[in-house]
Design a protein around this ligand. Structure first.
Ligand code: ATP
Ligand code: MG
Length: 253
């Protein structure tokens, strides 16, 4: 696969749940090494779209191409192979409460068959450094703040050195300063570890700070696509309405 080809391509993707037509012909792509943000109102189909990138949902119609391979109709075994080869990870915020921080972070390595305990320990400590939580490996998740738990979840997502991480609302429930630290981490992973990031967020401050490109989904279609600079300069009423609406919610809450 050429280094220049997109990591993920989506062609005329439709998804329906019963009569509910959620995705209505989405065509887009994710470039290797970029930070792409998915924006849009609640229920617009952002999480559903992201799940297709990993094959967690299969299309009603259309194609999802990852690393040049059509994953639309793959079985779990084939999908597992693609996920390992591309190193695509879903950053799931839920930690195992009965495991220490270190055990949580080591989990994907053990699942993946890594047996060397020294190597596991080294990787866990390295990831805790990256997420700025050194020395926290013996703590239990219940003893951490919400922001720290998010960072541990991020450490777990990157421990197997993925090429791409998908984040569904990594800023949700965080205060602005903790949210900022997540942004720094995301940018650090991109710059210093060559990672591709796909992020769903409602935090416009973060969007302007971290995005290379933005996709605005509305009613299951791509309504607007461009850079944060182009978004700032845009006079599109729907887009402005959305940005102002999000800003208003932040002020009220
Ligand atoms: N597995 C499912 N079964 C049935 N309906 C679903 C399923 N997943 C999502 N939906 C519906 O699809 C629509 C889009 O959902 P989605 O979760 O993608 O929205 P979203 O853009 O991520 O919204 P939010 O910002 O609130 O997270 C919603 O109406 C949701 O109820
Ligand atoms: Mg969602």
């Amino acid at each position: 696969m050429s280094e220049k080809s997109p990591l993920i391509e989506v062609r005329d993707l439709h998804q329906k749940f019963g009569v509910h037509h959620v995705l209505r012909g989405v065509t887009t792509h994710v470039n290797r090494g970029e930070t792409l943000v998915l924006l849009g109102g609640s229920g617009g189909g952002k999480s559903v779209l992201m799940k297709h990138f990993l094959g967690l949902l299969s299309p009603y119609s259309g194609q999802v191409i990852v690393n040049g391979e059509d994953i639309s109709n793959m079985n779990e075994r084939q999908l597992g192979k693609v996920r390992r080869a591309t190193g695509m990870m879903f950053q799931n915020g839920a930690l195992f409460d009965f495991m220490t921080v270190g055990q949580n972070i080591a989990f994907p390595l053990r699942e993946g068959g890594v047996k060397d305990e020294d190597e596991i320990r080294e990787r866990v400590l390295e990831c805790l450094e990256i997420v700025k939580l050194p020395g926290q490996e013996t703590k239990m998740p219940a003893d951490l703040s919400g922001g720290m738990r998010k960072r541990v979840a991020l450490a777990r997502a990157i421990v197997d050195k993925p090429a791409c991480v998908l984040y569904d609302e990594p800023h949700a429930g965080l205060d602005p300063i903790t949210g900022d630290s997540i942004d720094h981490l995301i940018k650090d992973l991109q710059k210093n570890h060559g990672m591709t990031n796909v992020i769903i967020t409602h935090e416009m401050r973060s969007v302007f700070r971290i995005a290379d490109r933005v996709i605005f989904l509305k009613l299951g279609q791509i309504y607007w696509e461009g850079t944060p600079e182009e978004m700032k300069a845009s006079s599109d009423p729907e887009l402005l309405d959305f940005i102002e609406g999000v800003a208003r919610e932040v002020t009220i809450s």
